[in-house]
Design a binder for this molecule. Structure first.
Ligand SMILES: Cc1cc2nc3c(=O)[nH]c(=O)nc-3n(C[C@H](O)[C@H](O)[C@H](O)COP(=O)(O)OP(=O)(O)OC[C@H]3O[C@@H](n4cnc5c(N)ncnc54)[C@H](O)[C@@H]3O)c2cc1C
Length: 355
């Protein structure tokens, strides 16, 4: 039977495996851990320390028709995936969905390696001990982390350094950026804008002057996390997997990739319905032996999508995209209700399986 293998057991790997079970093919998911973490829920972990609300056993959210293999990938070539346990798996089509690497405090690998509770306790002890916490990078993740710390630890000095003159980046409309900026200031966050931080070990300086810091958090963006592979041309200089709008890799069209590991300019889960429908349709074409592939729109960087940004559990801002690309400010109460209040903790499991 036609063999489709997915490597990566995060959001896209699991959601795709569940959706593909309708195809007349064997579906295998290779995971590097028995557990998986829902990233948007992780930033509150040092404060609520409730692992069960951010992680889940892969087998508990995976359809029983999908074969699950927990192992380490040693190499991928055009025909097979070599695994640490000494065996290799041949594939007709491969999908890579291994996500990205993040710095503390969002380290999926550390969560999985040390156990999420140990890691959460470690982070929480570091925050408790520190008087001056500095976050470098004022994109969405930096803002959300600053908001959480300032909300839960009002006595600490929290400083957020961002290279632009206003918080966040061009993919967020001005009104939402203004709202986030004033909410952070209200929580007592010190903002240093329009400056590049120089980081040496654990110390941070700006224009040669040292910023008081006894806990540094780098929120300067994730890096793609591709699995080991001997395929030439699979990655670009940033080590992202280079795909076309069909999700097929440019180097090897029988290999697909989706999510944070790719060079597709949009990140996140907002467009998951159309992405999953498109990749699923294209794999169906492969199973049928036809090639009537569908494509997603290839956005430019900074294009505007629906966004919700938490600023602590009681704050937030965002934007809603209307027909014809009109983008309006989202009311704060809507973002608090839909995201900030819970950060999806405990209620993300259904997201893997409703397709
Ligand atoms: C703090 C934070 C808040 C966010 N908030 C939002 C939000 O509100 N809305 C939104 O749309 N997006 C949000 N995102 C982004 C969103 O979570 C990611 O874009 C999404 O999780 C990407 O899914 P993925 O499947 O590509 O990667 P991941 O979900 O990271 O999954 C990758 C998986 O692959 C596994 N893996 C890695 N290497 C291997 C290997 N060699 N073999 C097997 N498995 C491997 C990893 O362990 C991991 O389980 C947020 C991200 C963060 C960090």
């Amino acid at each position: 039977m036609f063999q489709i293998v997915i490597v990566g057991s995060g959001f896209y790997g699991i959601a795709l495996a569940n959706r593909l079970q309708k195809l007349n093919a064997n579906i295998t998911l290779i995971a590097n851990s028995e557990r998986t973490i829902f990233l948007p829920s992780t930033i509150r972990l040092p404060f609520n320390k409730d692992a069960s609300r951010v992680e889940v056993l892969v087998k508990d959210v995976l359809n029983s028709n999908v074969e699950l293999i927990v192992d380490q990938v040693l190499n991928i070539d055009e025909e097979r995936i070599e695994l640490k346990s000494n065996h290799s798996i041949a594939y007709d089509r491969l999908v890579i969905a291994t996500g990205a690497e993040w710095d503390d405090p969002i380290c999926p690998d550390k969560f999985l390696q040390y156990g999420i509770e140990t890691y959460a306790n470690e982070l929480s002890a570091k925050i408790e001990k520190a008087r001056n916490i500095v976050i470098v990078g004022g994109g969405i993740v930096g803002v959300e982390v600053a908001g959480e710390i300032a909300y839960h630890c009002p006595k600490k000095t929290v400083t957020l350094i961002h290279s632009r003159d206003k918080i966040l980046n061009g993919e967020v409309i001005e009104k939402a950026r203004d709202s986030v900026q004033s909410q952070l200031l209200n929580l007592g966050v010190k903002l240093i804008l329009g400056k590049k931080a120089e980081i040496k070990g654990d110390s941070v300086s700006i224009d040669g002057s040292q910023i008081p810091c006894d806990h540094l958090i780098k929120a300067t963006g994730p890096r793609a996390n591709p699995p080991p592979s001997s395929i030439k041309g699979l990655l670009n200089e940033q080590r992202e997997i280079v795909i076309s709008a069909t999700f097929q890799t440019v180097s090897t069209p029988k290999i697909y990739a989706i999510g944070d590991v790719t060079n597709y300019p949009e990140r996140g889960l907002v467009s998951r319905h159309s992405w999953l429908a498109t990749i699923c349709h294209n794999l169906q074409e492969d199973v049928n032996g036809t090639s009537n592939y569908r494509s997603i729109k290839w956005h430019k960087r900074n294009f505007k999508a629906n966004v919700g940004i938490s600023v602590g559990p009681e704050g937030g801002a965002g934007q809603i995209v209307l027909p014809f690309g009109i983008c309006i400010n989202a009311p704060k109460f809507l973002i608090v209700k839909s995201k900030s209040a819970t950060l999806f903790c405990g209620r993300f499991k259904s997201l893997y399986s409703y397709y």
